[in-house]
Design a protein around this ligand. Structure first.
Ligand code: SF4
Length: 157
């Protein structure tokens, strides 16, 4: 099975500037994802300070060649704990989400970057801008959790 792509066809131009997040349709909401793959990296959270460190150890479902989830529509069959982000739970999750994530940016009232595929019209621009994890990850199958702290990285941005 090939990795599912993000469908950005047949959407109203710059819909994210015209409506609040809670008014977006499901296709609009899904299309906001820029395909960076950074939310699919495992993170380490400091219990005392709440600080979140990003690692390059990726979820077993991440396709490193595309930066996308390889089983997005049925991912919960394999990773039941994978979060389903919605306008209603963004408040809870925004703190750990990547600085460049479109959901976080809009939640913070910021514009999307010019490299966002919805703005550029090209799904490659997120990779060309150097903000995605494509070709930068190791699978969690290969690295035991006790060693994740050796794989901490700065967020590509
Ligand atoms: S971090 Fe945000 S924009 Fe990037 S893949 Fe995850 S949901 Fe999409």
């Amino acid at each position: 099975m090939s990795t599912p792509k993000i469908d950005r066809d047949r959407l109203t131009a710059r819909f994210w500037e015209r409506k609040p997040l809670k008014k977006l349709t499901k296709p609009e909401w899904e299309a906001l994802c820029d395909g960076c793959g950074k939310c699919c990296l495992n993170k380490l959270e400091d219990e005392d300070t709440g600080a979140v460190a990003l690692t390059c150890v990726a979820c077993r479902m991440l396709d490193d060649e595309t930066g996308l989830c390889s089983q997005y529509p049925i991912r919960h069959q394999f990773v039941p704990e994978c979060i389903v982000l919605t306008p209603d739970n963004l408040d809870t999750h925004a703190y750990w989400m990547p600085q460049t994530c479109a959901y976080r940016l809009l939640w913070e009232g910021k514009p999307l970057f010019d490299w966002h595929p919805l703005v550029s019209g090209d799904p490659e621009t997120v990779h060309e801008a150097g903000v995605s994890v494509r070709d930068r990850t190791v699978s969690e199958f290969e690295v035991p959790i006790e060693e994740w702290e050796n794989y901490i990285i700065e967020e590509p941005s």
